[in-house]
Design a protein around this ligand. Structure first.
Ligand SMILES: *[C@@H]1O[C@H](CO)[C@@H](O)[C@H](O)[C@H]1NC(C)=O
Ligand SMILES: *[C@@H]1O[C@H](CO)[C@@H](O)[C@H](O)[C@H]1NC(C)=O
Ligand SMILES: *[C@@H]1O[C@H](CO)[C@@H](O)[C@H](O)[C@H]1NC(C)=O
Length: 343
């Protein structure tokens, strides 16, 4: 007589229960405020979870999401945040690990979250609260890890100042101002800065042009890298980013670029991304690598574009090259006439 078949049966039952309970995990949220938390919080979320929360506000409103607690098995369990419905083209950011994420303010009336966990090892999970704001306010840009926020109103014209604790220095722009943007909406003029320890990678770049490369490029980057670069231009100017080389571990190491039209861009794998043009006067690059398999990394050249300069970067090789188009490094970038691209 052996207990083994019983144990197997029992674990099979548990597995089925886990799969079945994990299967329908869909939440539709409305109203002026509320909370979102992973199933079982704070005692751990299930394996194989696929949970979706969709928060919807009324017209002319947006949603501000503030995390109070966050712990997901790093790189394997991921909370994706979508600016809109949970579709790949709306992906705003992927959150994993144990750092409290920054505040997220939706661009429009819908914000969605999707938690996907793998087959093993869960952590505490997350807990966040949301609040619906009128769309003509900016919302709280968020607290700064290892820093201090000054300013507590977030309406048009308001300013928020950031400074870093001793031992850290500020990357990005220290003062954010809430500006009117299109369609009765408002946005901060710069992204949330960050406080960087002396030895961390990343940086703030302000010149007309320059190069950003992953750590040690062209040698391999390190495991568990987490680098943020912020390129800043004058208000009204835009920034072009052209990749020269790109090789990341596919699906595990990522470069996220924000500051473009729509949601952020995510790059991984070995294909050279198309040139990126900012929609604002800044671009932010966030590079993360997981705990193994290092690759060569990436190198990209950025170039500020003066407001009104009649030069447009394009991918097509047949583009017309205007005299005002700057030569970037060893190559000429194909340009399209502004009259085609803008008017
Ligand atoms: C899952 O839950 C949602 C919302 O509560 C409900 O509308 C839907 O019918 C459920 N689906 C299944 C397969 O049970
Ligand atoms: C929602 O707002 C009301 C009024 O400000 C407050 O009393 C309540 O605690 C809030 N609820 C949540 C879940 O934050
Ligand atoms: C999670 O569920 C959604 C909708 O039910 C589905 O489209 C998606 O493919 C699922 N994702 C995974 C990783 O199972």
């Amino acid at each position: 007589f052996s207990l083994y078949p019983c144990w197997h049966l029992l674990s099979l039952v548990f597995l089925l229960v886990a799969i079945l309970t994990g299967q329908n995990c869909t939440f539709q949220l409305q109203g002026p405020n509320g909370t979102v938390e992973s199933p079982g919080f704070p005692y751990g979320y299930p394996n194989y979870a696929n949970c979706t929360w969709t928060i919807t506000a009324e017209d002319q409103h947006r949603i501000q999401l503030v995390f109070q607690s966050f712990a997901l098995e790093e790189d394997f369990d991921v909370l994706s945040v979508f600016d809109g419905l949970p579709q790949p083209e709306n992906l705003r950011t992927r959150l994993t690990g144990f750092q409290l994420p920054a505040t997220i303010v939706s661009a429009a009336t819908t914000l969605s979250l999707r938690l996907i966990s793998d087959y093993a090892v869960s952590a505490q999970g997350f807990h966040a609260s949301y609040e619906v704001l009128p769309s003509h306010t900016c919302g709280n840009p968020g607290r700064l890890p290892n820093g201090v926020q000054q300013g507590s109103t977030f309406n048009l014209g308001d300013k928020v100042r950031y400074s870093c604790n001793p031992g850290f220095f500020l990357e990005g722009h220290a003062v954010l101002t809430c500006h009117a943007s299109s369609e009765n909406s408002a946005t901060w003029d710069f992204p949330l800065p960050s406080c960087r320890a002396d030895d961390a990678c990343g940086g703030t770049l302000r010149g007309q042009s320059g190069i950003i490369s992953s750590p040690h490029f062209p040698a391999e980057y390190h495991n568990n890298a987490d680098c943020t670069w912020t390129i800043l231009a004058e208000l009204g100017d835009t920034i072009a980013l052209v990749f020269i080389d790109f090789q990341l571990e596919d699906g595990y190491d990522f470069l996220e670029v924000t500051g473009t039209e729509g949601s952020s861009l995510w790059f991984t794998g070995a294909s050279l991304p198309a040139p990126v043009i900012s929609s604002k006067n800044w671009l932010r690059l966030h590079f993360t690598s997981d705990g193994n398999h290092r690759q060569r990394g990436f190198s990209a050249q950025y170039q500020g574009r003066r407001a009104g300069l009649r030069c447009f970067l394009g991918q097509q090789q047949t583009g017309h090259l205007e005299p005002s188009c700057p030569q970037m490094g060893p190559m000429w970038l194909p340009c399209v006439l502004a009259s085609v691209a803008l008017f």
